[in-house]
Design a protein around this ligand. Structure first.
Ligand code: F6R
Length: 261
């Protein structure tokens, strides 16, 4: 794993945005996995500012609430339109987000997996992390080999997401989410965590035991996973000095390019 820690959210978002921009420049027809939530909002704003060419890019979002229509203000379809897609030149037919209104969840999930395979897999998957360690909406106890499927949100996750809804009763209980096995097949996993509320979840993911009770810890098994952390999100890591020295001295093309731009 690569652990990149920078003082402010602004700095780490800039570094993260440059990694994504570099992929779009080097591989214009790349396949990106995207996330929603608070963490990527500023990242998407920065990518929009960079004025990149998205016309050959294909995207797959991690998840969608079951029962919300694409134009529902709290749906992830709506989130993505507002925060990224309507500001860039991506082709609508290249955007993939699970259909939360499907009448056949099993088929929808199987089709989503097939479509990812058909385009040759995901080059770069953007992830956030839940306070309980979830990635996508793979809640603790999710199979580490799981594929795209329906999941039931934990009370903690519904509570964490309550800020986006007017009434708690409106927060869906179910989501369609890419599985952990699906996420692990992405060629690069890039996890962005900001703020002290993520500190414990990040520390367990990076330095804790690998366990289905903390799904992000599976990234320890991924050959190319990068954690982008601001200082508050890194606050409970023990080996911070080592990670910082490694990043500052790494003869790694990707990181050097990101730093030089
Ligand atoms: C969103 C997703 C979730 C979030 C996570 C963190 O598509 O899959 O795993 O990334 O819940 O959300 P924020 O960034 O709102 O703290």
């Amino acid at each position: 794993m690569q652990i990149i820690i920078q003082d402010t959210a602004h700095e780490i978002i800039e570094t993260c945005a440059r990694s994504i921009a570099r992929l779009l420049t080097e591989k214009p027809a790349c396949v990106l996995g995207l996330a929603t939530g608070s963490s990527p909002i500023l990242l998407y704003q920065r990518l929009i500012q960079m004025d990149l060419d998205w016309h050959l890019v294909t995207t797959f979002n991690l998840d969608e609430y079951v029962g919300l229509s694409p134009d529902h203000p709290q749906s992830y379809h709506h989130f993505m339109q507002e925060n990224l897609f309507r500001h860039i030149n991506i082709k609508p037919e290249n955007i993939n987000i699970p259909n939360g209104l499907t009448q056949n969840i099993l088929q929808t999930c199987a089709d989503y997996e097939q479509k990812i395979r058909d385009v040759g897999g995901i080059d770069l998957q953007l992830l956030g992390i839940g306070t309980n360690g979830h990635i996508g909406f793979n809640e603790p106890s999710s199979s580490l080999a799981s594929r795209t499927r329906i999941k039931t949100l934990m009370p903690q996750t519904r509570q964490d997401n309550a800020r986006f809804f007017n009434n708690e009763a409106d927060i869906p209980h179910h989501v369609i989410t890419m599985g952990i096995g699906t996420i692990m097949e992405a060629r690069h996993n890039l996890l962005l965590a900001l703020g002290e509320t993520k500190a414990k979840a990040v520390a367990l993911a990076v330095e804790g035991a690998m366990t289905a009770n903390h799904p992000a810890s599976i990234l320890q098994m991924h050959p190319n996973a990068t954690f982008f952390l601001d200082t508050p999100a890194a606050a409970q890591l023990k080996n911070t000095a080592y990670y910082k020295w490694t990043y500052a001295n790494k003869p790694d093309d990707l990181l050097i390019a990101a730093k030089q731009q």
